[in-house]
Design a protein around this ligand. Structure first.
Ligand SMILES: CC(C)(COP(=O)(O)OP(=O)(O)OC[C@H]1O[C@@H](n2cnc3c(N)ncnc32)[C@H](O)[C@@H]1OP(=O)(O)O)[C@@H](O)C(=O)NCCC(=O)NCCS
Length: 176
């Protein structure tokens, strides 16, 4: 399983690979933060004292891992399965952002506002995506990019403001 941005062409943009989220060992802050979100969402809308108690537990657990990672991933954010938070520090995701299956987000990334990530989108370290915008399936966002426009499927964008540096042909390119 690759830990490098845009390095794994075999990852699906549609079918979630939940194995990517499996907690590995006691110290696994990114996956544990995500697990708190998943467990909380599973309990949403459930009635009874046990569900209420467990919701409270996962809220506290989420608070703890948010503190450890200095990240803000809201408990109600819509996140497709198989998200990887590689080097999980300083990741800020707006509650209205939507993330497709099998994405990968590196450290210090911000999804500002209702950004929509397609499936299998890799976001390099320090990138800032400023809504409203949509990123197509299998796209790659370069380190420290500031993305202000839609990114076509399969494109790699980089720079400030981000421009397509490889991927779909010029006719399909929207940014820049
Ligand atoms: C965007 C990225 C995927 C492109 O990789 P690539 O396809 O191999 O691209 P290249 O290295 O061939 O670069 C192509 C051009 O884009 C430029 N470029 C590449 N990445 C860039 C970036 N992040 N910001 C600005 N320009 C960038 C290169 O300077 C080069 O410009 P040139 O053609 O004028 O010489 C990669 O550079 C990147 O940013 N990866 C993220 C890595 C990361 O965050 N890792 C986290 C580790 S903890």
């Amino acid at each position: 399983m690759s830990e490098t941005v845009g390095d794994d062409a075999n990852v699906s943009a549609a079918v979630a690979d939940w194995g990517r989220e499996e907690v590995q060992g006691v110290w696994d802050p990114g996956r544990k933060l995500l697990r708190a979100v998943r467990r909380y969402q599973r309990l949403r809308g459930k009635r009874g004292p046990w569900a209420r108690l467990m919701r409270k537990y996962w809220v506290l657990n989420h608070w703890f891992w948010s503190l450890v990672t200095q990240s803000e991933i809201h408990l109600n954010t819509e996140i497709g399965g198989g998200l990887r938070l590689t080097h999980p520090t300083g990741i800020i995701i707006h509650p209205d952002a939507r993330i497709g299956p099998n994405c990968m987000i590196f450290q210090q990334v911000t999804l500002a506002g209702p950004v929509v990530l397609g499936g299998h989108v890799d976001v390099g370290a320090g990138a800032k995506l400023i809504a409203p915008l949509t990123v197509g399936d299998h796209a790659v966002i370069g380190a420290n990019a500031v993305v202000t426009r839609d990114v076509p499927p399969g494109a790699t964008v980089a720079g400030i403001p981000a421009k397509v540096i490889s991927g779909p042909g010029p006719a399909e390119r929207t940014p820049g």
